[in-house]
Ligand binder design. Structure first.
Ligand code: HEM
Ligand code: HEM
Length: 194
């Protein structure tokens, strides 16, 4: 693909314009699972006797949380071996820095959250049950380490909210204010486009 220019400004540099199908599928799958994990965490941590029993929500939250970890690791491996599309040339330097930094922070927080949850749960007497089929083996951790992991997990949720709101806000800003094709980079190719 050639560079795309409009009124003298380079909008896209040559090279792939979108994330490939695997990266896109993993992105939207991770997003869907995360939108389920968080409310399940609230119900499980805050409700004494939720409908269906606390064990159900604990199991769903922990199972989906571990799935997020697997998806994030898969995304990172895929990203290392498949170069993502270059950022649009029209973006200012600070925008590029903000995009790259916030994306790496998202990867970081979604590794820290499942790991801290897993360590917290390892220190507890409750099982890490995968929907009642089997229990995930725990690692031996002291009570103090479990407590520290719980602090990280409970406080980490606020970093999750902040980063996800920023991420969706930035996407909305690109779509509605800048009216550029940032969202298209994460969507399948449309007919008559490209
Ligand atoms: C993407 C991954 C995850 C996210 C975003 C997440 C988020 C949350 C949230 C928002 C809460 C409620 C906190 C509160 O209201 O106090 C919570 C609680 C909890 N989560 Fe997770 N979680 C994740 C993965 C996991 C995993 C994999 C496990 C265990 C294997 C786990 C174990 C727990 C436990 C034990 C609590 C209760 C903490 C407490 O208040 O004692 N979480 N989580
Ligand atoms: C809550 C879960 C989400 C997480 C953890 C997440 C994470 C990420 C990460 C890490 C990237 C960078 C990919 C890379 O270059 O490696 C990315 C890109 C992107 N995400 Fe999300 N995302 C989430 C939800 C969403 C939602 C709901 C939207 C739409 C409103 C969205 C829109 C985008 C777009 C448009 C890009 C491409 C940005 C670019 O081209 O530079 N994401 N996302």
């Amino acid at each position: 693909m050639k560079d795309v220019t409009l009124r003298g400004a380079v909008y896209f540099t040559a090279g792939a314009r979108r994330y490939d199908a695997t990266a896109r599928t993993l992105h939207w799958l991770t997003a869907m699972v995360i939108f389920a994990v968080v409310p399940l965490g609230w119900i499980f941590a805050e409700f004494k006797k939720p409908l269906g029993g606390a064990a159900l929500y604990a199991s769903l939250h922990k199972t989906l949380g571990l799935i997020v970890l697997a998806l994030i690791v898969a995304r990172l491996v895929w990203r290392v071996i498949h170069q993502p599309p270059a950022l649009p040339a029209r973006q200012a330097e600070w925008e590029k820095v903000a995009a790259v930094a916030s994306h790496w922070l998202l990867y970081f927080i979604f590794i820290a959250m499942p790991l801290s949850g897993y360590i917290d749960s390892s220190a507890s007497t409750h099982p890490i049950s995968v929907l009642g089929f089997f229990d995930v083996p725990k690692i031996p951790v002291s009570h103090a380490v479990g407590e520290a992991a719980e602090q990280v997990h409970v406080l980490g949720q606020f970093a999750v909210y902040l980063l996800v709101i920023l991420h969706i806000g930035a996407t909305a800003w690109h779509l509605l204010v800048r009216r550029d094709a940032i969202l298209d980079r994460m969507l399948p190719r449309q007919t008559n486009a490209d």
